[in-house]
Design a protein around this ligand. Structure first.
Ligand SMILES: [Mn+2]
Length: 320
C-alpha cells in the first residue's frame, strides 16, 4: 500500500492522531492527512485528535475540527498516526488507536520500530510531512494541503537549514509553493515570532552574557529571581541559546536558567567541532553532537565553572 488512496480503500471511518506536545510537523502532517481525506474521500467520516489547539496554527484550514478529547467507545475502521515515534507518545487518541480495526503509522523518527499494522517510516527524511507527501497523489494537493505540508517541513528542518534538509526536501517545498500560499508569513508567525516579553528577556540575557576562552565559549544565564520578575517559564526562553551560538568566533554556546533555587537547566550548542553531547552526558543529560542539555545543581558560579571545565577539556583535545 504505497499511497493513501490504496490505504483508504473500503474504509468508512478514519481517526487521525499526533504526538504529545504537538509541534509544527505534527500539526502539519495530521492536518494535511485530514484535509486530504475530507476533500477527496468525502464519504469517509474523518476525525482528527490532537492534545491541544495552539493558536499560532489557526491559519491551517480545518483547525476548528481538531478534537482534543477522544470519543469514548468509538471504533474506527482505520487509525492513522502522523509524526508519532512510539505508541505511548500518541496522547489523547491512544485508546482509539488500540481499538481501531486497522492502523497506519506515518513517521520519520529513526527510533520508530513500527507499532502499526502498516508502517511508512523513513528515518532519513526531514519530516513526517515529507513522508506523507510521497503517499499523496500530487494533483490532489491543493493550497490548503500544501500549506499544512510546508508548515511541517519548514519547522522540522529549522526553516530548511538543519542537515536533514535534502535536495528532495527543497524540490517538494518548491512544488508546494506553486499552490500560492503565503510561505513568508507562515515562517515568521509560527517559527520566528516572539512575544514582547520573550524579546525583552532574550535581550537581557544577551546583554549580560559572558565570553570565555578568548570568545570561543559564550555563556548566558537567567536567575530564578529574574524569571519571577519577568514572569517567564522555560518555554519563553526557547531560541536564546541558538542566538548565543550565532556570535562571531563562538564554538560553544551555553545557556542556563534556574528552575528552582540552585537547580539549573542547561542548554548547549556547538558549531560542530566540540561534541556537546559528551558534555551533557558527563552531567547526566544527553542529546546530539551539536545540541544537548542537562540539569545541574549548585551555585551559578560553580555550575558555569564545572561546565566550562568539560568544554575546556575538549578545546585542549581538539587544539582549539
Ligand atoms: Mn517530525
Amino acid at each position: 500500500m504505497n499511497n493513501l488512496s490504496e490505504i483508504l480503500e473500503g474504509v468508512r471511518t478514519v481517526g487521525i492522531g499526533g504526538h504529545v506536545r504537538p509541534d509544527g510537523d505534527c500539526y502539519g502532517s495530521c492536518m494535511a492527512t485530514f484535509l486530504y481525506i475530507t476533500k477527496w474521500f468525502p464519504d469517509i467520516q474523518t476525525d482528527l485528535y490532537l492534545e491541544s489547539k495552539r493558536e499560532i496554527f489557526r491559519y491551517l484550514a480545518g483547525f476548528d475540527a481538531i478534537r482534543t478529547e477522544a470519543e469514548e467507545g468509538k471504533i474506527y475502521d482505520l487509525f492513522i498516526t502522523c509524526d508519532v515515534s512510539a505508541m505511548d507518545r500518541l496522547s489523547v487518541a491512544e485508546e482509539l488507536f488500540k481499538t481501531a480495526r486497522r492502523t497506519v503509522c506515518i513517521d520519520h523518527h529513526v527510533s520508530n520500530t513500527g507499532f502499526a499494522d502498516v508502517n511508512h517510516i523513513r528515518g532519513t527524511v526531514s519530516s513526517a510531512c515529507e513522508v506523507l507527501y510521497a503517499l499523496m497523489d500530487e494533483e490532489k494537493i491543493d493550497k490548503d494541503i500544501a500549506t499544512a505540508l510546508y508548515t511541517g517541513m519548514a519547522h522540522d528542518t529549522g526553516i530548511f537549514q538543519y542537515s536533514n534538509t535534502s535536495p528532495e526536501t527543497m524540490r517538494i517545498a518548491g512544488e508546494l509553493m506553486k499552490t500560492g500560499f503565503d510561505f513568508s508569513r507562515i515562517v515568521d508567525e509560527t517559527f520566528y515570532q516572539k512575544t514582547y516579553l520573550q524579546t525583552q528577556v532574550m535581550g537581557r540575557v544577551l546583554a549580560e552574557s559572558i565570553m570565555l576562552r578568548n570568545g570561543k565559549c559564550i555563556v548566558g544565564y537567567l536567575k530564578r529571581r529574574d524569571m519571577i520578575f519577568y514572569g517567564v517559564t522555560g518555554q519563553d526562553l526557547e531560541g536564546i541559546v541558538s542566538q548565543l551560538r550565532l556570535t562571531t568566533g563562538v564554538e560553544v554556546a551555553v545557556f542556563l536558567y534556574e528552575l528552582e533555587q540552585q537547580r539549573f537547566k542547561i542548554s548547549l550548542r556547538s558549531n560542530g567541532e566540540v561534541d556537546v553531547n559528551k558534555v551533557a552526558v558527563f552531567f547526566g543529560g544527553g542529546g546530539h553532537l551539536r545540541a544537548s542539555g542537562c540539569d545541574m545543581t549548585g551555585t551559578l558560579y560553580d555550575v558555569i565553572n564545572n561546565l566550562t571545565e568539560q568544554i575546556e577539556a575538549q578545546f585542549q583535545e581538539l587544539g582549539i
